[in-house]
Ligand binder design. Structure first.
Ligand code: B12
Ligand code: SF4
Ligand code: SF4
Length: 397
């Protein structure tokens, strides 16, 4: 029996009370138009092979849960409160909370128990995800009327701007759909226009420092700072490093510039937990960081996925981009010029080989050709091609 009318509204209210700031419903059929094959075909997924491997499921949710017919689409507002440390631009804002995969998961578990207790679901009748499975969260959130996909690719809400984290519960019972935002498309409920409410605005496209938004709503991960500072497990290509600027983990630039954010207020944060301390770290603290300190600070944060080697790699790139306008507390002043140089030189022979070429890059960027004399002895006996290549590249210039 379809869940609709007062029963549907009761469910919405219960889920809102758990802490979800948006609760909307989408029906999963007819099959959706999407550009996933094209996106992967063009290589825009970079080396996220897990993405390409689950393409069939992402295209058709029935391959995830057979007979699934509806999705409960949930949004959690993470716009920081006025006093919050998350109001900075060096770390992606979401990363300054306790890992949302864990905190929102708690809300999803509570939601599931409501479905079981009040609607007779058994555990095989639903499946939930918070960025954790092969489900197109933004497309289905748009289909549910939570917002639309902007030219920056983000699900934008008229109430919460760009600042919703998404999660979903796919269910085997039909729940009457909520209409998508753009009424004139309501008769084709699942056909959604990218940038539907963006009008002529293209701020996000022009603000992206690395031209990663290759057409409205479509991001080429190979050019995206968020991809390189979070997902890339290897060397960050040399050509993209200057564009990374001061961002050490993730990138909110195309979100921050969006005019729809002006309507956003901070949410109730019932499914989020602030983590303190991370924005207070100086770049030198990070460059000198050892493994125990890393786990102390980042244990409960999504940044832990980078591991120490990834964080050091990113910190080297940020160091190489330091200039007098840097948002990091240090500027290129005399007191820390020398400790910075020492920290980077130590990283030239770091045990994690991936860190080494980035340290060399930063040293040459900051101190010019002369630094080559200090680096060369450190490369004696260096077996690692990446570090040698980086050094030779600078020496040849
Ligand atoms: C892979 C991934 C990335 C990759 C690729 C990003 C991209 N643009 O695709 C990288 C690592 C670069 C990335 C970066 C970020 N990500 Co990310 N990422 C994902 C992930 C796991 C899959 C996204 C995906 O499928 N991409 C492929 C493209 C082609 O699909 P798409 O963007 O969803 O859009 C297509 C479909 O919607 C389809 N479509 C069109 N109409 C319709 C209609 C229907 C009904 C359907 C089903 C589909 C559909 O066409 C669209 C265009 O091809 C999702 C979680 C998830 N499971 O969905 C999180 C997610 C998209 N990321 C998220 C976030 C927060 C970010 C960052 C802001 C993090 C940061 N601060 O650094 C950046 C933003 C970058 C940007 N501008 O997109 C949030 C976005 C929340 C929101 N409000 O939109 C998500 C939803 C995670 C979450 N659970 O909250 N991410
Ligand atoms: S997240 Fe940053 S790099 Fe990626 S598309 Fe947006 S502005 Fe460009
Ligand atoms: S910045 Fe402008 S074009 Fe980009 S998503 Fe926001 S409204 Fe749309």
């Amino acid at each position: 029996m379809t869940i609709k009318g007062p029963a549907k509204e009761w469910l919405r209210k219960e889920l809102f009370e758990i802490g979800f700031d948006e609760v909307l419903f989408a029906e999963l059929d007819p099959p959706i138009p999407n550009r996933l094959n094209d996106w992967v075909g063009k290589g825009y997924h970079a080396d996220m092979n897990w993405f390409a491997r689950s393409l069939d499921k992402r295209i058709d949710p029935k391959r995830v849960l057979d007979s699934a017919c509806s999705a409960i689409m949930l949004g959690t507002n993470y716009w920081p409160t006025a006093s919050s440390a998350a109001r900075q631009s060096r770390w992606a804002k979401y990363s300054l909370y306790k890992d949302y995969h864990d905190t929102i998961l708690k809300g999803l578990k509570k939601a599931a128990s409501i479905l079981e207790a009040s609607f007779g679901f058994s555990s095989i009748d639903y499946r939930y995800y918070v960025d954790t499975g092969p489900f197109l969260e933004r497309g289905w959130a748009a289909a549910s009327g939570m917002g639309w996909q902007g030219k920056n690719g983000m699900l934008i809400s008229k109430k919460h701007g760009n600042w919703l984290l998404l999660s979903a519960i796919i269910v085997r019972r039909r729940i009457e759909r909520d209409p998508p935002l753009k009424k004139r498309l309501a008769d084709q409920a699942n056909h959604l226009e990218l940038g539907a409410h963006c009008g002529k605005c293209e701020r996000c496209i022009s603000a992206c420092p690395t031209d990663a938004i290759v057409e409205p709503g479509i991001v080429d991960s190979r050019k995206c700072i968020s991809y390189h500072t979070i997902e890339n497990k290897g060397v960050i290509p040399r050509w993209i490093r200057p564009g990374i600027g001061q961002m050490i983990f993730g990138c909110d630039i195309c979100l921050d510039v969006c005019p729809w954010n002006r309507f956003a207020n901070s949410g109730r944060q019932l499914l989020l937990e602030s983590r303190y301390g991370i924005p207070d770290l100086t770049l030198l603290d990070i460059l000198n960081m050892k493994i125990d300190y890393f786990w102390d600070i980042f244990r409960k944060s999504p940044i832990k996925r980078l591991k120490l080697k990834g964080l050091l790699r990113n910190a080297c790139v940020v160091a190489g981009n330091l200039d007098s306008n840097s948002e990091w507390l240090e500027s290129l002043s005399s007191e820390w010029r020398s400790p910075l140089r020492e920290a980077l030189l130590a990283l030239v022979s770091h045990e994690e080989v991936m860190v080494r070429p980035h340290a060399i890059w930063a040293l040459f960027r900051l101190y010019g050709r002369e630094i080559g004399r200090d680096i060369e002895p450190l490369l004696n006996g260096e077996q690692n091609e990446l570090a040698k290549d980086e050094f030779d590249w600078w020496e040849r210039r």
